[in-house]
Design a protein around this ligand. Structure first.
Ligand code: AMP
Length: 110
């Protein structure tokens, strides 16, 4: 989708700080990080909701989280993986994305 922010990041029209790219997804640093490490994993094909992801995309993205955690040095200390879905979750961008957040202890669950 040409107007989608993350689709434009994927094609390089909008710059981003990429951490990892595979055939299935792109991972880049969140522009407003909520913790020392905050990366977004975004499927290359526009998907609106997590349940629209293919099995291959889910597998690739989850494998990617481990690689990104290793690259950014949080594999041992731990991190959160979050899909925000809909208004109450505070979802801002429609293109489905998985947050990887770490680098400091989390401040509670909710
Ligand atoms: P969500 O609230 O789950 O929809 O998360 C959207 C995330 O995208 C937020 O954490 C934003 O800070 C992040 N974001 C918005 N624009 C950009 C951008 N141009 N580059 C990187 N991250 C962005």
């Amino acid at each position: 989708m040409e107007t989608c922010l993350f689709c434009q990041i994927i094609t390089g029209k909008i710059p981003s700080e990429k951490v990892l790219e595979t055939a299935d997804f792109v991972a880049f640093k969140d522009i407003h990080p909520k913790a020392p490490v905050h990366v977004l994993l975004v499927p290359k094909t526009h998907r609106d909701r997590p349940e629209d992801l293919t099995a291959d995309e889910i597998t690739a993205m989850l494998a990617g989280t481990e690689e990104i955690a290793q690259i950014l040095g949080v594999k041992e200390t731990g991190y959160r993986l979050i899909f925000n879905v809909g208004a109450h979750a505070g979802q801002e961008v429609d293109h489905v994305h998985l947050h990887l957040i770490g680098g400091a202890p989390a401040k509670g669950m909710y």
